[in-house]
Design a protein around this ligand. Structure first.
Ligand code: WT7
Length: 636
């Protein structure tokens, strides 16, 4: 097969197989063929240079582009009046907003001009701390338009967590809102930013979107209302020319050690991969309405609310609310309201809606649905069947998409409706992805019907390039465990038929409702509570969240192990990270199982948290084996 015969859009199993085989033999030829489908201001001169030792990966070298031209301008001649973005508010009584491609371009340009007017230039870092309102989409795309590096921070993080992220990236500018809606609650946002900024000398200006008409504090010469700045700009803004390998955005994510790190993605490769995976995994056809329920504060929202769909000229839905407000039928009501064809959500949302009973789903017809997707953690069989039967009415294929913040786009999945599907199996590698399973020593595990640690042996266009400001950390985290391989941190099984099943993290990362936290990060937050001497955190199976957070805590000797102390510990975590990282269980203990060298044996703590107290394995190497008996006796 020749490179010019590789289809951008996979329409059959045969297309997939041809693309996949070609991509394994000639990945550069493969990706340079796929990349032709985009608008480049200047073609690249060389497809790829890489070395996983440094690591250094460069795709489409010396190519020039702007991703927003590919997302917006490119579609204007043929589909300027088609709806690009449908925004559904938190409150079903409030009106929906819709933007055609022409209108979205105009809004993005206005926001881009506001940013330029305020001194933001190519390469500057902009922190976006906004709820799921249209201005979040405008702001993110506006940064990309002018070559500013966006760092979107989920609006549920605490002021301390925001401050850490702002300082790490040295952001000079923050975009936020007065407050946000979350179900029946209204939550302050600007005051969180105000608290954060007390710790962030790098920030010069703050742009504030009016969402709730709240009276808020505006600091002179620092804080500006977005609606007022709009009076000073027009809606034309030339897209800044970006090099393929210019930084495009930073997104913070947790690892097994230290504070969250800023994963960096670059312009060309991210664009090529986000558009390709969107088109193929979801089998998007012109006119389809696509809804991804993630928040743009996570990578799923970046790649599959904004960039992927817009690159393909899709209609994408953005939802401000939560699945259970005003009731547990809200998702299904929105699907019927907007005739959503492709629906992409997380197992934790499915499980929580399952728990509210099937009647909510049954009161909507959901006729428009063609394809369903799942992301963030393995989807258990029970949730898969419920999703398939009650939401998909038995007729919609489900794509279980495995990927990571670091991978920029989906890595393992079925191509919707094309591949066979099996509950709890993510499926097959995306063409261009070269997976490898290895044992603890890094030796390749060949063949099928095998399990191991999941690695990738060849770069793909949207692999992370670095962790912001600390390249060595990127190397150690992802490229140093096994020589010449990118290590995902996940275990996986390859079945006889080549299908992949993900087996969970093999490092000290826990996945709570599809969000990643390092155990060390939560322990650090718990230890901020002055009553605490030491703590150890593990994940345990949780019916709705997938994994819950189980904390073992040693208190100062004269402190009381009571509910008030528990509340103070939780408060501490909310303060350092945010509500999303609240421990589910806190067990007070007098000692932790440690080896003679002082390392906490998490394996034992995990078993106890899981209730498997009979299978603790060898405890004789512990410094003090009796602490285990006590921990078992007082387990929650
Ligand atoms: C980790 C990445 C990228 C989307 C949102 C999460 C787990 C993600 C699946 C899946 C099994 C999954 C992995 C991965 N994960 N999707 N379909 N099946 N596990 O992004 O916060 O970067 O977390 O989520 O453990 O390493 P993230």
């Amino acid at each position: 097969m020749k490179a010019n015969q590789i289809p951008f859009r996979i329409k059959s199993l045969e297309d997939y197989q041809r693309s996949f085989e070609y991509s394994q033999e000639d990945p550069e030829g493969f990706w340079s063929s796929i990349a032709q489908a985009y608008h480049w201001k200047k073609p690249w001169e060389k497809t790829l240079e890489w070395d996983f030792q440094s690591p250094s990966v460069k795709w489409f070298i010396n190519g020039q582009l702007n991703i927003t031209e590919n997302c917006l301008d490119r579609h204007i001649p043929t589909q300027g009046d088609q709806i690009a973005l449908i925004w559904e508010p938190n409150d079903p009584q409030e009106s929906t907003k819709q933007y055609t491609y022409r209108q979205l371009l105009s809004e993005v340009n206005k926001m881009a001009n506001v940013l330029k007017d305020q001194g933001i230039r190519k390469g500057d870092r902009v922190c976006i701390y906004l709820p799921m309102i249209p201005e979040l989409a405008f702001a993110t795309l506006a940064c990309a338009r002018i070559g500013a590096i966006h760092s979107v921070v989920f609006a549920g993080f605490s002021s301390n967590a925001v401050a850490d992220r702002i300082n790490d990236a040295q952001c000079a500018y923050v975009i936020t809102s007065d407050g946000l809606n979350r179900g029946a609650k209204q939550i302050p946002v600007k005051s969180v930013v105000d608290e954060a900024l007390a710790l962030c000398p790098c920030v010069q200006k703050v742009l504030v979107v009016n969402r709730l008409n709240w009276p808020i504090h505006m600091q002179n010469d620092r804080d500006y209302w977005y609606h007022e700045r709009l009076n000073h700009v027009n809606d034309h803004c030339e897209a800044t020319t970006m090099d393929s390998e210019d930084d495009m955005f930073i997104l913070y994510t947790s690892g097994s050690t230290g504070k969250p790190k800023g994963v960096v993605h670059t312009c060309g490769g991210y664009m090529v991969y986000a558009g390709y995976t969107f088109a193929n995994v979801f089998q998007y056809n012109p006119g389809d309405i696509f809804w991804c329920t993630a928040d743009i504060g996570w990578v799923t929202g970046h790649s599959y609310i904004l960039y992927g769909p817009l690159l393909q000229g899709a209609t994408t839905v953005m939802f401000e609310g939560i699945p259970t407000y005003p009731d547990a039928g809200r998702f299904w009501q929105v699907i019927d309201k907007h005739n959503v064809n492709i629906f992409y959500t997380a197992p934790t949302a499915i499980r929580s809606l399952m728990a509210s009973g099937v009647d909510h789903v049954l009161s909507y017809n959901l006729h428009s649905l063609k394809l369903l997707g799942s992301v963030g953690e393995p989807i258990n069989e029970e949730a898969w069947h419920w999703y398939h039967t009650h939401v998909g009415k038995g007729k919609c294929p489900i794509v279980d998409t495995y990927w990571q913040t670091e991978t920029g786009g989906i890595m393992i999945s079925g191509m919707g409706g094309i591949h066979p599907q099996r509950p709890s199996y993510a499926g097959f590698p995306i063409p261009g992805i070269q997976l490898m399973l290895v044992d603890a020593e890094g030796k390749e595990i060949h063949g099928n019907g095998v399990e191991g640690n999941l690695c990738v042996k060849f770069p793909w266009p949207s692999i992370l390039r670095t962790t912001y400001g600390d390249h060595e950390r990127c190397r150690i985290n992802y490229f140093a465990t096994y020589n010449n391989l990118y290590f995902t941190g996940d275990g996986a099984r390859r079945e006889e038929d080549g299908m992949f099943r993900l087996l969970g993290r093999v490092d000290d990362v826990i996945n709570v409702s599809g969000h990643r936290f390092g155990t060390a990060e939560i322990e650090d937050a718990i230890n901020h509570c002055t009553k605490v001497i030491e703590s150890a955190v593990v994940g345990y199976p949780h019916d709705i969240k997938g994994q819950g957070i189980y904390a073992y805590v040693i208190l100062e000797h004269d402190e009381n192990a009571n509910d008030q102390t528990r509340d103070e510990i939780i408060e501490s975590v909310v303060d350092v990270i945010g509500k999303i990282a609240k421990p589910d269980k806190i067990q007070f203990v007098r000692g932790l199982p440690k080896t003679r060298s002082g390392k906490i044996m998490r394996r034992i703590l995990r078993k106890v948290a899981e209730g498997e107290t009979n299978a603790l394995g060898d405890t004789t190497t512990l410094l003090d084996p009796t602490v285990v008996d006590e921990i078992i006796a007082t387990r929650l």
